[in-house]
Design a protein around this ligand. Structure first.
Ligand code: NDP
Length: 338
């Protein structure tokens, strides 16, 4: 008999998530049946979407999220013992997986997949640069911004999992890249190690003023991870026919959806700049994920795509890692090692 640990959502988040919104519980798992397999979590992801998305589910659910897990018992020939899967199993240490319970294609209901052999790379990358955030950067930037060499790209959340990746694709595509992030250390990392042309620390510098200096000819592509006032400022410095990929809005994730913060109107910038502003969910390109994985892996092997992980040790520290990521404590992908 295996005892699983899990985080149960006992209260919907209000404002910043608080430790007692979640509770660790244990559960005795049943013996596996034909077609099922038992997995043990190795790495668990903490992602911004968990904050707003969890409100869609009733209290009492296991907190939503994805993990890389090792198969430790199996009655399914396609999922042999010893191999690894990546899937939306929630914040749990052990899980009996029955694929019939995963019928959808969205967060929390897409079926777990075998993690491909990644050679000597860490399996945790299946949650980051070689997983969902990597697909988000690849498709969300290339398909919506349609970048051209010589153009100027601004990316916010620039030292995070998605933003750090987008900026590097921008460099690969021959653009001038300006990243906006929340600390000097982050700004150093993206310029000195990742090759961004410039960085702005939005906590200590005036984004509008700095952008005028760094992009005197205007901005062609904006990859928006944060929303809010910073995004309004950027939109007013865009060139005619600029393209904006709206990936996320983390600056408002702690707000109640009925009381979003008021921000500067953006319609004049959109109309007079004839901007294309398009939101997306990465699942739009689910049927092309193989292409994204192959390309991202190739860039890593060629040394063109670098990554960093902020790893928190211990399953019981999931909440700490989650709350820390929302506050900007991570550089690169925030992950928990079980
Ligand atoms: P990150 O690794 O970027 O971590 C979150 C970062 O957000 C923090 O490190 C922090 O960095 C920054 N942040 C927090 N609060 C604010 C704020 N008020 N203003 C500006 N920045 C803030 O996370 P991901 O790379 O996983 O996700 C980045 C964005 O992409 C999120 O908005 C997420 O929801 C979105 N996303 C969207 C997907 C889609 O399908 N559309 C899929 C995956 C992600 P700092 O120190 O710089 O403030």
């Amino acid at each position: 008999m295996v005892t699983a640990k899990k985080f149960v959502l006992v209260k919907h988040f209000e404002g910043e998530p608080k430790p007692d919104d979640l509770q660790i519980e244990t559960e005795e798992l049943p013996a596996i049946q034909d077609g099922e397999f038992l997995v043990e979590a190795e790495y668990l992801s903490v992602d911004p979407y968990m904050r707003p998305y969890s409100a869609r589910f009733p209290v009492g659910i296991t907190m939503i999220g994805s993990q890389v897990a090792k198969i430790i018992e199996s009655k399914n020939q396609h999922f042999p013992v010893g191999s690894r899967i990546v899937g939306y199993l929630g914040w749990r240490s052990h899980t009996v997986v029955n694929l019939k319970n995963f019928q959808g294609s969205g967060v929390a209901d897409a079926p777990p997949m075998l993690l491909p052999d990644m050679g000597n790379l860490s399996p945790s990358l299946g949650l980051g640069v070689l997983g969902m955030p990597g697909q988000t950067a690849y498709f969300g930037f290339l398909e919506i911004c349609k970048p051209k060499a010589g153009e100027t790209l601004v990316v916010t959340g620039a030292a995070g999992a998605v933003g750090s990746h987008v900026g590097q694709i921008g460099k690969i595509a021959g653009l001038k890249v300006i990243g906006i992030a929340g600390s000097d250390d982050k700004c150093q990392w993206i310029t000195k190690e990742l090759g961004f042309d410039h960085a702005i620390n939005y906590k200590t510098q005036n984004v509008g003023v700095e952008l005028k200096k760094l992009a005197p000819n205007g901005i062609d592509c904006y990859f928006d991870n944060v929303g809010g006032e910073i995004s309004s400022t950027i939109l007013y410095q865009m060139n005619t026919f600029g393209r904006v990929s709206v990936c996320g809005s983390i600056s408002s994730y702690n707000a109640d959806s009925s009381a979003y913060p008021k921000a500067t109107v953006i319609q004049p910038a959109a109309v007079f700049g004839q901007l294309k502003i398009e939101g997306f969910l990465v699942t739009r390109w689910a049927d092309r994920f193989l292409e994204g994985s192959v390309k991202n892996l190739q860039w890593i092997k060629e040394g063109k795509l670098k990554y960093r992980e902020t790893i928190t040790n211990g399953f019981e520290n999931m909440f700490k890692a989650f709350a820390g990521m929302l506050k900007g404590e991570n550089i690169g992908k925030a992950v928990v090692k079980a």
